[in-house]
Design a binder for this molecule. Sequence first.
Ligand code: IVH
Length: 680
Amino acid sequence: MTEEVQRRLDELRQLIDRYNYEYHALDAPTATDAEYDALFNELRCLESEHPELITPESPTQRVGSETQSTFRQVQHARPMLSLSNVYNEEELAEWAARALRMSSAENLQYVTEPKVDGLAVAITYRNGTFELAATRGNGFIGDDISANIRAVPSIPLNLRRSDRFDIPGRIEVRGEIYMRRSDFEALNNRMAESGGKLFMNPRNAAAGAIRQKNTRITASRPLRLSAYQIGYIEDGHQPRSHFESLEMLREFGFATSQESVLHDSVDDVWARGRFWLDRRSALDFEIDGMVIKVNDLDQQEEIGFVAREPRWATAYKFPAAQQTSKLLDILINVGRTGTMNPLAVLEPVNIGGVTVSRATLHNEDEIARKDLRIGDTVIVQRAGDVIPQIVKVMEDRRTGNEQPWEMPTHCPSCGQPVHREPGEAMRYCTNAACPAQLLERLHHFIGRSAMDIDGLGARLADRFVEMGWVHDAADLYTLDQEAVAALEGLGEKSAANLCESIDGSRQQPLWRLIHGLGIRHIGELTATLLADRFESLDALGKATHEEINDVPGIGGIVAASVVDFFSEEPNRRLVEKFEGAGLRTREHADGEVRPRPLLGKTLVLTGRLDRHTRLEAEEALRKLGASVSGSVSKKTTAVVAGEAAGSKAEKARTLNIPILSEDDLATLLTGEIPAEIAES
Ligand code: IVH
């Protein structure tokens, strides 16, 4: 009996999965809605009679009922990189020439695909079963959005079986979550009917849905996935080319990047770019460009990446959307490092679905170069997520009443004279006690990308400063709860909640604290790299320019900026105050710093390993202090070559870089250093 039920359950689930796939991924349904609904109902009934036979991957289990209050953070096994941009034929040709130079090939093949404007996600499957989904986040750490991704019908909970490829032990699928234009409009119509708030554009609607705390709402939004990359595969067939990866993804049940095409020449790539530019508005989804990738995966590895961008891929970005508007005023915004940032106040205009009323002006030289005057009619452009910019003045629209503008000679916040370093375009307020800077630093410190203190917004922080309670970020940790409770509009309960969340933030990971310091040129990514490498604020403060510069992914400008920061007495005092206030100034709460015998060694793993999976080995090496890189260069200390190692081992040989065996790897993992690389 149970066997029979189990058989029917399997059958129903398989059929529903198939119809789902045909409908959502292939856009070619073979079942009617009524047939589908009947099967779904039958499945639900059977499952309610046999709840013990429900599996988490059953199509009935996509939508959970719980809501989550925050998203758990997850570290990506491989960073999620972003793409460089090219804007015209010459830049495309330069990109291709550089890629060719970096590779050992005579010719490169390229794959192009439209660049869907949505949000990147990474989805992991273990033995064919959905395990985890995460947002891109800062490229290294994202939010766990598994519950929401499960609710997207076109994403398989079980990989489809394929005749061509075995289901891998583990696979990470990357792609773009987006909403079709038609679905977006229907959604907005529904929202309008129910008196709800309308969404700006498909991208915002998709972003909102994917970050929903309530999965039921996510499930009611018409999200789709366009899969465009395999992050990694373990225990399974390794594709040789990007094109083959896409085929695998399709076989496993994903809707892949639409109309990807293989090209043999850059001319063909450029022609394809023009094609997409023309077709752009005819598509039912928004694209902001075309992605170009070198097809051969070994060549991709050879070509490698710089900082956060692969050199083997780029995006041809379409010309930005433009509108005319009127320049009403120019304001100065004092940044947290004292920069005087001019900001254009514009008559609000709608550009590509977004209302724009502010534009960046960078610095006074740019204002002079563009000859901007208050009252001018200007052309404003917006490209993707970038802050809108003023392209130029329409001089023929001038009436003669426009007013020239001059950079103030004194800080609008503290009234102190501002300085301009010779050779620099920016003016700075160098008053360390300038209230605007303090406020900006504080806002940055409590913000989402740094200490992420729940319930403490910029306005409230400003009030603490006004009251004279807070002179720097460390003062937040000694706020008097009773005094806070007595503030107008607060009260016992909010004060208690606030103090609790400030208190809780002491345990934020070190990279957040480093980012929160607001050191010039340090973003979330660099903060993570610095935290990983130095493990404590104290060690970071003592690090030399050279030691910082040696961290993979960090360059001279960042290194100089860190050294500068810690050379200033007030900054060192601030760090001491953080330590005194019990913040997590080192990565290990117990105060014990792990030994890192492999510090300074850069290793590359290649070929099949028998005793560990690639990821385990990489993680273990990193824990011991090594950097693990995907490509061989002069900076590589050694290459660990397993079974069937290919081009990377060869490249190591030509560069005279030691090649280690899996036995040597085992030695390395005990923390001992094999003789071959002891000196390097
Ligand atoms: S490849 C290293 N392919 O564009 C490769 N990205 O600007 C990086 N995107 O974060 C991604 N369509 O969100 C790739 N066919 C496509 C894409 C695509 C859209 C997005 C993705 C990525 C961003 C990079």
